[in-house]
Every structure is written in structure tokens, then in C-alpha cells.
Unconditional design. Structure first.
Length: 136
């Protein structure tokens, strides 16, 4: 389920209501919750910057046991890894970063020293400096 953690408007939808909704969704068997925010009201004041929606996911993560997905200008591999590593969320979702770089996961794996499984037709696209990126 994708929800808005807040609508960034005084007196509007807020994180406390989101937490209550998440707890009820979990009780009803929801498998995971994706916490986004805003974009609905001309009065909103959104503090846009790296990780700006991650605190919303963190608050929901602290209140439920189901997996929580964070978003919010997550653009760098280390940034995504830190969100997962600190337990602020169980997963991250990328939007604009993937529009800009559809191979973002491959580049992130390379930067973080991981390897990935890729279909054989992609093996020849592996950069010569990253000969251990793809595994068969």
C-alpha cells in the first residue's frame, strides 16, 4: 500500500494519522507500506532535500512490523544503503533517479562493491574496470 505520511498542511493529514492507518492496514494483512507525502494542496510547504520523506517512513517503521518502503530524493547508493542499514526503512524506492539512470541498480552495486546476476546478453556491456560486477 502506498500512503501519504503527511500533506504538509497545518490541520491536514499528519504522521500520527498515517501511523494509525498503517497499524490498521497491518492488522488487516497488508504485506508492506510505502510512505510518500504531499503534492496535493497549494498551501503545503514541503522541506525538499535529500531524504526529506525518510523521517515519515522511520516513524511508521517504529510502529509496525510489516516492511516499510522509504522515498524522498534518494539518489546515491550510500544514501540508500544507510537508510536500510540504520533500520529507518526496510526498502527504498527510487523514481527520478531511475528515470535519469535506468541502470542505477547496476551502478549502485558497482559502487558498493557488490555483484549482480545479469542475463548473458548483458555480459559484454560490463565495463572493463568492473570485470567482477556480473556473475553468471
Amino acid at each position: 500500500m502506498r500512503v501519504s505520511g503527511t500533506d504538509w498542511v497545518d490541520g491536514g493529514w499528519d504522521i500520527e494519522q498515517t501511523i494509525a492507518l498503517a497499524q490498521e492496514l497491518e492488522r488487516l494483512g497488508c504485506a508492506a507500506i510505502h510512505v510518500s507525502s504531499g503534492g496535493l494542496d497549494p498551501r503545503q510547504s514541503i522541506p525538499i532535500g535529500p531524504n526529506y520523506q525518510v523521517p515519515l517512513a522511520r516513524a511508521v517503521r517504529a510502529a509496525v512490523d510489516m516492511p516499510v518502503i522509504a522515498v524522498g530524493l534518494i539518489t546515491e547508493p550510500q544514501q540508500a544503503e544507510a537508510i536500510i542499514g540504520t533500520g529507518e526503512a526496510d526498502m527504498v524506492a527510487l523514481a527520478r533517479a531511475m528515470l535519469y539512470d535506468p541502470r542505477w541498480p547496476w551502478h549502485a552495486a558497482a559502487e558498493l562493491g557488490a555483484d549482480i546476476t545479469a542475463p548473458p546478453q548483458y555480459w559484454r556491456s560490463q565495463p572493463h574496470t568492473l570485470k567482477s560486477l556480473f556473475k553468471s
